[in-house]
Design a protein around this ligand. Structure first.
Ligand code: SAM
Length: 328
C-alpha cells in the first residue's frame, strides 16, 4: 500500500505569489499599470481572466506607492552621490528588477554569467546586478549568509511586499533587526494586511483557512502605529505607515486627477474625473474602502550619519508626498 505523500505545508504560502502575479497581470491589461514583463512570469497567461475592478485598483495603489518610494529612495541617494542596493524579500514574481533596469540602469545589459554557487542571476564584470536565492526567511542563519553577499557599507533598500505577515512577529523582528545591525544605512518598505481583528478580518482569515493559509504575523499588527513601532523596536530610527485607503485618496487619485485636469485644461475642456475612474466602472465603492482600509504600506529608515544630518537640516527626506487637486 502506498500512503499519500504529505503536502509541504509551505506550498499554499508559495502559491500566494501566483495570486499576486495574476492580480498584477490583470491591472496591466486594464491599463492601470505598465509592466511588459509580468506576462512572462505566468504560464498560459493569455487564458487568465481579468480580476474584478476592486482588485485592479488595489493592486494599482499598492504598486504605484511602492514604486514611488523606490524612486524617492533613488532620488535621495543620487543627491548624495551614493550607489545603493535593493533587496526584495519573498520576491516571488516581482518584476521590479527588470522594470528598474530598463528605466534606470541601461548598462545592465552588458552582462556575464554569475559563477557563484547557490546563486542564480547575472553580474556585470565589476559587481553583481542581480542575485536570486531561494531561502526560508524564518531561518536567520540562512538570511545572514545571504546578506553577507552584499556590501554593508552601501545604502540598502529592503522590500517586503506581502511577506512578513507569513511569519511570527518574533521571526520578522529578528529579520529587521539583522538588517539594521548589518547595514550602515538601510530603508525598509513593508506592505501587508493589518487590523484583521474585526468582522472583515474574521471573514478574511476564514477564507484563507479554506486554502490552508494562516497569517502568523497578523495579530501583532492591529493599528498603523503597530506597523510603525515594529521599525522603532528593530533599530530603525524613523517609521511611517499609511492605509491603502488614505494612499488612494490623498496620494494617488488626487495626483491622477491633477494630471487629467491639467491635460484637459490645455485642450480647453471641462475638468473631469481622474484617469482611474475612466478605466473601469466601480460600483463597489464602500467595499473597496473597507478592503483598502485593511492593507498598509509602511516604511522605516536607519539613515547613515551623513543622511541623518541632511534630514535634520531639512534638505533631504525619504517618503511619499501628499498631493492636492489645486490647479497651478
Ligand atoms: C503574496 S506573495 C508576494 C510576492 C511578491 N512579493 C509580490 O508582492 O508580488 C508572498 C511571497 O512571500 C514568500 N514567502 C512567504 N514566507 C516566506 C518565507 N518564510 N521565506 C521565503 N519566502 C517566503 C512566498 O513564497 C511568496 O512568494
Amino acid at each position: 500500500m502506498f500512503s499519500r505523500p504529505l503536502r509541504d505545508p509551505d506550498t499554499p504560502i508559495r502559491e500566494t505569489d501566483t495570486d499576486a502575479a495574476i492580480a498584477r497581470l490583470s491591472a496591466v491589461r486594464k491599463h492601470y499599470l505598465q509592466d511588459p514583463f509580468i506576462s512572462l512570469f505566468i504560464s498560459q497567461s493569455q487564458f487568465i481572466p481579468p480580476r474584478p475592478p476592486l482588485i485592479n485598483l488595489g493592486t494599482y495603489v499598492r504598486s504605484k506607492i511602492i514604486d514611488d518610494l523606490i524612486i524617492d529612495w533613488a532620488r535621495v541617494m543620487t543627491n548624495s552621490s551614493t550607489p545603493f542596493q535593493i533587496v526584495s524579500l519573498g520576491a516571488g514574481s516581482d518584476t521590479r528588477f527588470w522594470r528598474l533596469a530598463v528605466s534606470l540602469v541601461l548598462n545592465i545589459f552588458m552582462l556575464c554569467r554569475d559563477k557563484r554557487p547557490n546563486s542564480l542571476g547575472w553580474a556585470t564584470k565589476q559587481r553583481h546586478n542581480y542575485i536570486l536565492r531561494g531561502i526560508d526567511l524564518r531561518n536567520l542563519t540562512d538570511f545572514a549568509q545571504t546578506t553577507s553577499l552584499l556590501d554593508p557599507s552601501v545604502p540598502t533598500l529592503v522590500l517586503a511586499e506581502c511577506v512578513l505577515v507569513y511569519m511570527t512577529k518574533e521571526q520578522s523582528n529578528a529579520l529587521l533587526k539583522h538588517l539594521t545591525d548589518t547595514f550602515s544605512c538601510v530603508g525598509a518598505i513593508v506592505y501587508e494586511m493589518y487590523g484583521l481583528n474585526d468582522d472583515f478580518g474574521r471573514v478574511m482569515k476564514a477564507n484563507l483557512k479554506t486554502r490552508h493559509l494562516t497569517l502568523p504575523g497578523i495579530d501583532a499588527y492591529v493599528t498603523l502605529n503597530d506597523q510603525i513601532s515594529r521599525f522603532l523596536h528593530t533599530g530603525f530610527t524613523r517609521g511611517h505607515a499609511l492605509s491603502l485607503k488614505t494612499l488612494r485618496y490623498d496620494y494617488v487619485e488626487s495626483e491622477e486627477h491633477q494630471r487629467y485636469v491639467r491635460y484637459n485644461f490645455k485642450k480647453r475642456e471641462q475638468p473631469d474625473d481622474g484617469r482611474l475612474n475612466k478605466l473601469e466602472f466601480l460600483d463597489e465603492v464602500e467595499e473597496l474602502d473597507l478592503v483598502l482600509n485593511h492593507y498598509a504600506i509602511s516604511w522605516g529608515l536607519k539613515p547613515s550619519e551623513l543622511l541623518e544630518e541632511t534630514i535634520q537640516k531639512g534638505t533631504a527626506d525619504w517618503g511619499v508626498t501628499r498631493k492636492t487637486s489645486t490647479i497651478e
